[in-house]
Design a protein around this ligand. Structure first.
Ligand code: UT7
Length: 320
């Protein structure tokens, strides 16, 4: 026995940055961004802190689950950069929501939500936990080079949270990594040590888009197929696909290559852009809030990102 998802929540900043506004900042235009990526808008932190967003998503998920913070046995935050280097973002969340359980971060970039659920699965398998809070949220706007049109148009801030409870919802989960510091990275930046003999690189997100695109398409199709097969299901058994929202063209390629009807794929990218680890969690919470899932629905998740990492899983919806 592993876990079922019993509550979800999401949080995105108020401020919406449109393609047209971006066109006044760098040489780009709505036509290029929309046709190449499917992105129309993204939400960017102005007045909110990352912690405030994490706490909002966490509290929404707890309320949805009917679970109090004191009942949590573990908090995992999936983020590539918390508000502090230390303490972990999960410890900050623990303090803010008034929980008292162990808490730690998982850094797997865009695959973070699935990595965090896989880690949680291990705790359930060892019978160490009954209720786990996973928060998957990234605040990429503060590591983006806002003068680089090849990256600044792609990303947004925000994320979601899920409360996991002992149950049979998880049917299969898999994570992978292929270490690479060339195609997608964000250096840490300044090194304060007077003894260190290496130049610091700028702390900006850097991506070789076309290379990541090839990796993304291959891993998305392979990940979805494998998760379904390992769960003992067929593509016809799948009710919903929640793919990482990096580029609508990556999602449409998966639609073309798989036998799952297009309307079963969740697409949130036009509203939020790529929110890294937050993307699958936002999509999950939005669908749950709209009551799109019926008890017994099979949902396949698939994500890929910096690392390079990938993750996929099949979860049967267990909630009424
Ligand atoms: O979640 C993390 C994983 N990330 C991803 O999965 C992203 C994967 N990659 C992609 O989604 C796509 O590669 C991008 C959307 C990033 C880029 O699309 P592309 O079709 O691969 O374009 P490209 O990088 O090959 O650039 C095509 C042209 C270039 O101009 P030239 O050299 O053909 O004259 C770029 O300079 O588009 C130009 N360009 C832009 N033009 C207007 C690049 N960015 C922009 C822009 N506005 N924002």
């Amino acid at each position: 026995m592993s876990f079922s998802i019993i509550g979800t929540g999401k949080a995105v900043p108020e401020y919406v940055l449109t393609n047209d506004e971006l066109s006044t900042m760098v040489e780009t235009n709505d036509e290029w961004i929309s046709s190449r990526t499917g992105i129309k808008r993204r939400h960017i932190c102005k007045d909110e802190t990352m912690t405030e967003l994490c706490v909002k998503a966490a509290n929404e998920a707890l309320e949805d689950a009917g679970v109090t913070a004191s009942e949590l046995d573990l908090i995992i935050c999936a983020t590539l950069r918390g508000e502090y280097i230390t303490p972990s973002q999960a410890c900050v969340i623990q303090k803010e929501i008034g929980a008292s359980c162990p808490a730690f971060d998982v850094n797997a970039a865009c695959s973070g939500f699935i990595y965090a659920m896989d880690v949680a699965d291990g705790f359930f398998a060892r019978n160490r936990v009954d209720k786990v809070l996973v928060v998957a949220l990234d605040n990429l706007s503060n590591i983006i080079n806002w003068k680089d049109r090849a990256t600044c148009v792609l990303f947004g801030d925000g994320g979601g949270a899920a409360v996991l409870s002992k149950g049979d919802g998880l049917k299969y989960i898999e994570i992978n990594a292929k270490g690479d510091t060339d195609v997608l990275k964000c250096p840490r930046g300044e090194n304060t040590s007077p003894f260190y003999n290496h130049e610091s690189e700028h702390p900006y997100l850097y991506m070789n888009g076309p290379e990541v695109y090839k990796f993304a398409v291959t891993s998305m199709v392979r990940g979805i197929k494998k998760a379904i097969k390992e769960a003992g299901l067929t593509q016809e058994d799948i009710d919903w696909v929640i793919p990482h929202q990096a580029n609508i063209r990556i999602i449409e390629t998966a639609v073309d290559k798989l036998n799952i009807p297009s309307e079963k794929y969740i697409r949130t990218i036009s509203e939020y852009g790529n929110t890294s680890g937050g993307s699958c969690a936002i999509a999950l919470a939005e669908c749950a809030k709209k009551h799109m899932f019926k008890k017994g629905d099979n949902i396949v998740f698939c994500a890929f990102g910096s690392g390079l990492t990938t993750g996929s899983c099949v979860i049967t919806w267990d909630k009424d």
